[in-house]
Design a protein around this ligand. Structure first.
Ligand code: 3HC
Ligand code: NAI
Length: 647
């Protein structure tokens, strides 16, 4: 089947691209379009050309899998120029997403028509590169510099409506796109044609504009190089001639394409796409999930309910008493109300989402639920009592999951009838925001149950990673080693604030000590105390000393740092130094990169142990856990990718 076919609707030619899954611009597709221009230019019957795509989307970009290979002709910028210079005007008919090279092809067309639910964008910076076929040069000519800067430096797509308002597309259509675009073409032919985009002028902003954008972009990028390079291309596009700006953009694109950051971001791109559909489950049909229930409406339960509701599922909340039901429902309502006040959803949407949750203390209400997630106190007896009730009241095939952080799910499932439908689903806090979902099967868990929870992850738009059973599963186990190693540096005399600054310098939003102050030191402390009470040998940590002195983090006005009540800014603490002085042997001085290398090596070493024990399947899974659960900088590719040469 050819990737490009040409049909005719009287004087309008319709060029259809069909290159599944996302019509990426492979060499064959570029060649097909290149030849289509020549064919249609030579056909005197053709007055205009509609470019449309088969399948789920318009052209979604360059073919990322070709990035590691030498570029092959025809090169994309040449193809875009050829479409722009065609003797007949081309009209891009956009459905799904016109992204990166796809949007660049659309900008080579004389007009762009998009369905209402389509999006357009320049996501190249999310792959560590800049647009390579005129994205930074043509966008400001269509929509002005401000819009172009937002589009190309954030990588975030725009809805058809917003793109229309910004001048990036000419018309928004509903219904049959091919008909709408053909009708648009006939209408356009009746009027004088606009200039090709490359010939349109740009209004160049002054130096202050660039200075402010630079400041904001450096801050948001947290070490990622591509957004600043995209800004430099845009400035060139605003200030230099079209041809020079194209050459500068291409040079930047080729330079970044082979960079370490682009390599890392491609690794994450493919890992994220592989994660929701593990090969081992490809043939296993998931069970439908049409309704859900959550037991426990505290921090995690409320967040999980919000995630389930946002995916459109009706949810029942079960709590232990009426007051707790009311509190749990209020926790959920608060999540949606906050979203509405931030403007991420309308008040009506928030109300509809809230109203889709019903609360009860009666397990009998769960007789029809397809899925139940338990998020009660982290206490084995409490959890077992909950599953005893679930075993009694739920359908024998309802999927039953625990959100435990540290308890052994094998102990929770003991005595549950039909244990093949049970497993751990470890969400991260806040569960409606964090993308990571650790899926933890017990030996009895069936492939169907696993397949169903991967389907659930896709529905919730989470990044699922299967984990074996060990203390802390994948993520919290690595976190424990990371924190211990950070404490180890402090014991050797590295100042707490220097460790945090080093990890921020590496690309984390927060260092390990600041993060503990924010989350509270008491949770991990109580867990260690529990293990000690159970007779395990758990050495005293520096964190234990602080908690015993009442320093549990920001909520108590101090943890690793001091905080004034109204400010969250950490201030190095003399009290902490006094409390810890007996444990610290000064002597080691490390520069920030050495601190970061030491700590990332520790994470990777724990990751390797996790792989060796079969707790995780691939290094990429560990990278996804760290990026989506623990704020590891995406552009570093995760601890396993970042240390691959050193391991
Ligand atoms: N190149 C190669 N393969 C791609 C691809 C691309 N640009 N985009 C997606 N794919 C593949 C995925 O790897 C996946 O493969 P698999 O089925 O074998 O796992 C398959 O297409 C489907 O992808 P998704 O699961 O992501 O499909 P969705 O329907 O959920 O999403 C999408 C569709 C919104 C188009 C999403 O795939 C996407 O955002 N793709 C990336 C778009 C992008 O970044 N484009 C810019 C590329 S860089 C560029 O164009 C440079 C230029 O300026 C020169
Ligand atoms: P929480 O204390 O905020 O909420 C627990 C809720 O469970 C309370 O509302 C309580 O009333 C309810 N509950 C207790 N016993 C119950 C019973 N028998 N029946 C019905 N409801 C009952 O706790 P949180 O933080 O939400 O944690 C819940 C679970 O999620 C724990 O297993 C925890 O380890 C796990 N978890 C917590 C994370 C976090 O960051 N807080 C992250 C990931 C998992």
């Amino acid at each position: 089947m050819p990737v490009v076919t040409i049909a005719r609707d009287q004087e309008i030619a319709v060029v259809t691209v069909d290159n599944p899954p996302v019509n990426a611009l492979s060499q064959a597709l570029r060649q097909g379009l290149w030849e289509a221009v020549a064919t249609l230019d030579a056909d005197p019957q053709v007055a205009a050309v509609v470019l449309i795509c088969a399948g789920r989307t318009f052209i979604a970009g360059a073919d990322v899998s070709e990035f590691g290979k030498p570029p092959m002709e025809p090169h994309l910028p040449d193809l875009v120029a050829r479409i722009e210079g065609a003797a007949k005007p081309w009209i891009a008919a956009i459905h799904g997403s016109a992204l990166g090279g796809g949007f660049e092809v659309a900008m080579g067309c004389r007009f762009r028509v998009a369905l209402t639910d389509a999006t357009v964008g320049l996501p190249e910076v999310t792959l560590g590169i800049v647009p390579g076929a005129g994205g930074t040069v043509r966008t400001p000519r269509l929509a002005g510099v401000e819009v172009a800067v937002d589009l190309a430096t954030s990588g975030k797509p725009l809805s058809a409506e917003k793109a229309h308002n910004a001048g990036l597309i000419d018309a928004v259509a509903q219904g049959d796109l091919r008909e709408a675009a053909t009708a648009f073409a006939r209408m356009a032919l009746a009027k004088p044609l606009p200039q090709p985009v490359s010939a349109r002028p740009v209004v160049a902003p002054g130096a202050q504009f660039w200075f402010e954008k630079e400041k904001a972009i450096v801050k948001a990028a947290k070490g990622a190089a591509a957004p600043m390079r995209a800004l430099a291309c845009l400035r060139y596009a605003a200030e230099a001639a079209f041809g020079e700006a194209m050459a500068y953009e291409r040079e930047t694109f080729l330079d970044l394409r082979g960079s370490e950051q682009a390599d890392a971001l491609r690794h994450v791109f493919f890992a994220e796409r592989a994660a929701p559909r593990p090969a081992a489950l490809r043939e296993v049909e998931p069970q439908p999930i049409r309704s859900a229930a959550v037991v426990g409406g505290g921090t995690m339960g409320a967040g999980i309910i919000a995630a389930l509701r946002a995916a459109g599922l009706p949810v029942i909340l079960i709590e232990r008493e009426d007051e707790a039901v009311t509190r749990g429902l209020a926790n959920v309502a608060q999540i949606f109300d906050r979203a509405a006040s931030r403007g991420t959803m309308s008040a009506a949407q928030a109300q509809a989402l809230t109203e889709g949750v019903t609360g009860s203390t009666e397990y009998a209400r769960l007789s029809k639920a397809d899925l139940v997630i338990e998020a009660v106190f982290e206490d084995i007896e409490v959890k077992r009592a909950v599953f005893a009730q679930l075993g009694r009241h739920c359908r024998p095939d309802a999927v039953l999951a625990t959100n435990t952080s540290y308890l052994d799910p094998r102990l929770i499932v003991e005595g549950l009838p039909n244990p093949e439908r049970f497993l751990g689903l470890h969400f991260f806090s806040p569960a409606n925001v964090m993308k990571l979902l650790e899926i933890v099967p017990v030996p009895e868990t069936s492939a169907r149950t696993l397949s169903t929870t991967f389907a659930l992850a896709r529905l919730l738009k989470k990044v699922p990673v299967q984990a074996g059973i060990c203390e802390g599963f994948i993520g919290n186990r690595i976190l424990k080693r990371y924190r211990a190693a950070a404490e180890g540096l402090v014991r050797q005399g590295v100042p707490i604030a220097e460790v945090d600054a080093a990890m921020r310098g590496y690309g984390f939003a927060m260092g390990p000590f600041e993060a503990q102050d924010l989350g509270g030191l008491d949770i991990a402390f109580l867990q260690r105390e529990g293990a000690r009470a159970a007779g395990q040998l758990v050495p005293e940590t520096l964190g234990d000393i602080l908690v015993r002195a009442g320093r549990k983090g920001q909520k108590t006005g101090g943890g690793w740092y001091d905080y004034t009540l109204d400010e969250r800014r950490p201030v190095p603490s003399a009290t902490v130094m006094e409390l810890l002085c007996a444990e610290i042997t000064p002597g080691v001085e490390l520069a920030h990169p050495a601190i970061a290398t030491a700590l990332v090596n520790e994470m990777a070493a724990e990751g390797q142990a996790i792989l060796d024990e079969g707790i995780a399947d691939t290094p990429a899974d560990i990278d996804l856990v760290e990026i989506h659960g623990y704020g590891f900088p995406r552009w570093r590719g995760g601890p396993m990718f970042a240390t691959r040469a050193r391991r």
